[in-house]
Design a protein around this ligand. Structure first.
Ligand SMILES: Cc1cc2nc3c(=O)[nH]c(=O)nc-3n(C[C@H](O)[C@H](O)[C@H](O)COP(=O)(O)O)c2cc1C
Length: 176
């Protein structure tokens, strides 16, 4: 057992399993999306989901403006070349949806249709300031199964795509 009482061994965070998602939003007719591993269902009745996004991200700006977001659940077969721009580039610098297949959902956000197993569309009900990030909580307005494939877990991403986590992610682990 490593780490004594009261100390923070960040390796403990890596034991918390989660999935990998593209969270999309819009501002007017401008669209964007980013990778997030901090997405989870918070209640069942009514169905409600939450995501923790960095205040410096364009996706954060769009959700704060429009009050809507959509979670696209990544498939295991998604290549790093597909994930990379969504997770390591900002929509302020590139148009991440150029050349990507998507449809517009009922909340007006893009639903990505390649390398995605399901989509969950939400309208924000609460925003909690958690410091560097905002926890956006939303009522689900639509949920669809898109492809019969295995959803990607964060562990699968780290083990098989050898992907790193950028500093903007809540689960970023700084060098100690
Ligand atoms: C594996 C992985 C997980 C990530 N998880 C989150 C997350 O949960 N929240 C967050 O704000 N950023 C997360 N990021 C970082 C954003 O995807 C990244 O900062 C993105 O470039 C922001 O794009 P935007 O400015 O276009 O919104 C993650 C990135 C990767 C690669």
């Amino acid at each position: 057992m490593s780490g004594s009482n009261g100390s923070i061994n960040r390796a403990a965070f890596r034991t918390m399993e989660c999935g990998l998602y593209i969270v999309t939003s819009r501002s007017g007719d401008r669209l964007n999306g980013q990778i997030a591993n901090t997405v989870f269902q918070v209640t069942s009745q009514p169905p409600r989901i939450a995501t923790s996004l960095s205040k410096s991200n364009l996706t954060h700006e769009y959700i704060a403006e429009s009050g809507v977001f959509t979670v696209c659940v990544m498939a295991e077969e998604a290549p790093f070349a597909f994930i990379g721009p969504f997770g390591f580039r900002s929509g302020r610098v590139i148009n991440k949806l150029e050349g990507i297949s998507y449809v517009i959902g009922i909340n007006g956000c893009p639903v990505i249709t390649d390398h995605v197993v399901a989509s969950i569309e939400a309208r924000v009900t609460d925003s909690v300031d958690v410091g560097t990030h905002t926890l956006f909580i939303g009522d689900v307005v639509s949920a669809r199964l898109l492809h019969d494939a295995r959803p990607m877990t964060y562990a699968f991403y780290q083990q098989n795509l050898k992907g790193k986590t950028p500093v903007d992610s809540p689960t970023y682990i700084p060098e100690e």
